[in-house]
Design a protein around this ligand. Structure first.
Ligand code: HEM
Length: 556
């Protein structure tokens, strides 16, 4: 038994360095505290010589020791992670990385970053490592033969990059893995059956027309205007109408849409978090002002989603018969989510439901907004291709103002221009995975288990070893005879393999309808004073916006 007033903490200090096991230290301390308490009870001296200050001090010393041990343990783990990563990428030379910052200082967010990645790719064929701080390394791959190995494998999404987005979109289809992903993919696939997609053509047409009506004033004034903002509202309107039968009127309601603002904020903050090494820690991020802003924006986004689900549950109750939906309105994506049952007749939990709705809301509008904005911009810069597309569209529509399901397959030249724009400006510029077992590429180089692999879709699409004059807009690359000469993994805006984009047919249809109706009504004109400065921020954006001018199209 320790005498009262003995250097209780010195005993602790004596023991602590020898012990690696932190809980062990806690137990030791606990036993001693018990002993101390018992001694105090037994010894009247404890009452005679009160010393209320030092047990407190002792408590803090113990806490500090535990914290120190935890920090030391974390540091050791991080150093081991760095050693592992260094070993794993040693056969992949890459750009010089600072020991502390890695390559982060070269990410300047000034519109040159993606070009820099392409340049690095020219110096380091197939793949090269990129360091985000001292411990996190991604093998950045930018060649079809390499991406094939990664995307045909069943390796999961990496929990680092995707965990930053998970607080927002939950463990939905984009992020989940294993059995959960498989079950959800099976439950949600019927939502993209062509019978479900068919009526969407009219809904997308309606949303596009609302946007084009708003452009009348720009056509009259001949002023240059920022496109992305308009298109974002249009694609949000369209996904709300198609997937959730929700006529939000978000394009015409006054003021900026709070949900759109929240989505912008969330995209920015997820990207910032990725680039800022200390923010990789949940604790530091959520205690920071950026973490506070993230939580606030998440609240707005989640509130929006919950409202959409709540309204539908009420509507379904009113309809009362799931099979009665068809009579009143088309069965939409939300109906499919709410009514989906697996072989055990199990549906999705409320949590899973919100995650899937958030995933579709994000994936279903931000990506198409990016795609369509750059398509219209590309055509503004390519008057001759634009003219050919318009001629084809006018021929197909033959005097009609609306676009039909059957028309989708009748505009091959416009479709090639859309694909060429998706090549030059892929809306999802990159995606990543983590290896759970060693991965050997076609040239014999191997990446160990536990490594992050980033696929640069932008890098593949601009790879000069794959595409001749990669920066030139040339839709004829997508003539069937030219496509057949290329690797199927050379053009991958929607990813490939089992984790490819479930919404790609929906997205392509939307891009075709919106492009066709826009070209029918307006001539798109480049604004040479405002070139887009590209930025990969979850989706491809432009730092300075995307500016064009429009004037009424000559449809004679
Ligand atoms: C131009 C528009 C679009 C592009 C370029 C695009 C691209 C992609 C890409 C590259 C992926 C793979 C991401 C990864 O591996 O991390 C993906 C996945 C996904 N996309 Fe899209 N997407 C588009 C539109 C849509 C739409 C409209 C929806 C829904 C309505 C959607 C829903 C999804 C979902 C749920 C996944 C995850 C699939 C899975 O892992 O099983 N996307 N998309």
């Amino acid at each position: 038994m320790e005498p009262v007033g003995a250097p209780f903490h010195s005993g602790l200090l004596r023991h602590t360095p020898k012990r690696r096991n932190v809980p062990g230290c806690r137990a030791h301390l606990f036993r001693r505290l018990q002993g101390q308490a018992a001694a105090s009870m037994e010894s009247p001296a404890a009452f005679r010589v009160p010393n209320p200050g030092w047990p407190h001090t002792h408590h803090w010393v113990a806490v500090a020791a535990v914290c120190l041990a935890a920090v030391a343990w974390k540091l050791a783990a991080l150093l081991a992670q760095r050693r592992r990563a260094l070993r794993s990428v040693e056969s992949f030379p890459g750009p010089r990385a600072h020991w502390l910052f890695g390559n982060v200082r070269e990410i300047k967010r000034d519109g040159t970053d993606l070009d820099r990645v392409v340049k690095w790719g020219e110096q380091h064929p197939y793949a090269f490592p990129l360091w985000f701080g001292p411990f996190v390394c991604y093998l950045n791959i930018h060649h079809p033969d390499y991406v094939k190995t990664v995307w045909t494998s069943s390796e999961p999404k990496d929990r680092l990059a995707y965990s930053f987005i998970e607080a927002w979109i939950g463990d939905g289809l984009l992020v989940s893995k294993g059995q959960k992903w498989f079950r959800h993919r099976r439950l949600l696939t019927p939502g993209f059956h062509y019978e479900v997609l068919k009526p969407y053509v009219n809904l997308v047409s309606a949303s596009t027309t609302t946007m084009l009506d708003k452009w009348e004033r720009y056509a009259k004034s001949n002023e240059s205007f920022e496109l992305f903002e308009h298109v974002s509202l249009m694609t949000l309107d369209s996904i709300l109408k198609c997937a959730f039968s929700d006529d939000s009127r978000c394009q015409t309601e006054s003021g900026t849409n709070a949900y759109i603002k929240a989505v912008y904020e969330l995209s920015y903050l997820v990207n910032l978090r990725f680039r800022t090494f200390p923010y990789h820690s949940d604790l530091l991020f959520y205690l920071s002002p950026h973490g506070f802003r993230f939580r606030k924006a998440c609240k707005v986004a989640h509130g929006h989603t919950e409202e959409v689900i709540r309204k539908r549950k009420e509507a379904l109750k009113e309809e009362n018969r799931p099979d009665g939906i068809q009579a009143k309105r088309n069965k939409d994506f939300l109906d499919i989510l709410l009514l989906a049952r697996d072989e055990n007749q199990q549906g999705l939990s409320d949590k899973d439901l919100r995650a899937e709705v958030d995933t579709f809301m994000f994936e279903g509008h931000d990506t198409t907004a990016s795609g369509l904005s750059f398509i219209l911009y590309s055509l503004a810069c390519q008057p001759e291709h634009q003219r050919l597309c318009r001629e084809e569209i006018l021929r197909t529509l033959d005097g009609r103002d609306s676009f039909s399901w059957e028309d989708l397959g009748k505009i091959p030249y416009t479709t090639m221009c859309i694909k060429e724009s998706l090549r030059l400006y892929p809306p999802v510029p990159g995606a990543s995975r983590v290896t759970t077992k060693p991965m050997t590429f076609f040239d014999g180089r191997t990446l160990q288990a536990g490594c992050y692999v980033g696929t640069s879709v932008f890098g593949i699409h601009r790879n000069a070893a794959v595409w001749e004059n990669p920066n030139v807009f040339d839709p004829l690359r997508f003539l069937p005879e030219n496509v057949s000469k290329r690797s199927p993994h050379a053009f991958v805006p929607f990813s490939a393999g089992p984790r490819n984009c479930i919404g790609q047919t929906f997205a392509m249809n939307e891009l075709k309808v919106a492009t066709a109706l826009t070209l029918k009504r307006y001539q798109l004109i480049e604004d040479p004073t405002q070139k887009p400065k590209l930025l990969a921020q979850l989706v491809l954006r432009s730092i300075n916006g995307i500016h064009i001018r429009v004037k009424a199209a000559d449809v004679q």
